[in-house]
Design a protein around this ligand. Structure first.
Ligand code: COA
Length: 209
């Protein structure tokens, strides 16, 4: 399915949901890529770290690689609608990052959802809202399956995924170049159910790069 609005891929935007008026989901654009790295590189933000997380050393080379991979997805998404990514802000402060993008190296047409919130932002309904927004955004992508994954020790994510309609399956997922990223997969979510999620999108014009 083509995107419902091409501006998700061509413009900057912010999303808000009625239940959390002080929380903004901003499009992750090149000028914001350091915000994503700030969240991902803080080990306190991955309390249920996978073997690949534990092996990562967040030196300058690693940060450069993460940024380059984001930029590659971002640039490709201008013509091939396979990735949308967000940063989560409360009162102007970045408290999380999330993404939904195709992982053709695992399976063509399969999108992976990832979400990381700082400890200060957890337990307030933001994770649930962010997942719902990402499932809504999955409807803009040219994919036909959506999954997520984590380590089996991650009880909060397992409870959240279940309540959003995912089923879970034990499977060790390795991504080439990264290693083991999950031992539990969340699958079979009816992401189309989130197509009409109540949210306000403000399109802000072309991204300044
Ligand atoms: C997992 C994560 C995204 C959940 O977000 P959150 O904002 O803390 O969760 P919410 O407050 O929206 O709660 C949503 C649901 O998650 C579950 N949950 C949240 N915290 C929980 C906890 N400490 N224990 C058990 N379940 C929990 C509950 O089912 C909750 O629903 P309820 O409030 O109706 O009971 C967040 O904790 C996080 O970013 N953790 C670190 C990174 C990570 O593990 N990411 C997931 C990998 S994909």
């Amino acid at each position: 399915m083509p995107p419902s609005d091409i501006r998700f891929f061509t413009e900057d935007w912010t999303i808000t949901v009625p239940s959390l008026p002080n929380v903004k989901f901003l499009r992750l654009t090149p000028p914001r890529s350091d915000e994503q790295i700030k969240i991902l590189s803080n080990p306190l933000n991955s309390p249920f770290a996978s073997p690949s997380d534990l092996a990562e050393v967040w030196d300058e080379e690693m940060k450069k690689g993460v940024k380059e991979r984001f930029l590659a997805r971002y640039n490709l998404s201008k013509t091939k609608y396979q990735a949308l990514e967000i940063v989560v802000e409360i009162d102007g402060e970045t408290v999380g990052q999330g993404s939904v993008y195709e992982i053709p190296q695992v399976q063509a047409g399969l999108a992976n959802i990832g979400l990381t919130l700082a400890a200060s932002a957890r337990g307030k309904g933001i994770g649930r809202a962010a997942m719902q927004v990402l499932l809504r955004l999955a409807n803009e992508l040219e994919v036909n399956l959506v999954h997520a994954g984590t380590m089996s020790t991650n009880k909060p994510m397992r409870a959240l995924a279940k309540s959003l309609g995912f089923t879970e399956r034990e499977e060790v997922l390795s991504v080439p170049g990264r290693g083991v990223v999950a031992d539990i997969l969340f699958e079979n979510v009816d992401y189309k159910r989130y197509k009409d999620l109540e949210m306000k999108v403000e399109f802000l014009g072309p991204v300044l790069e």
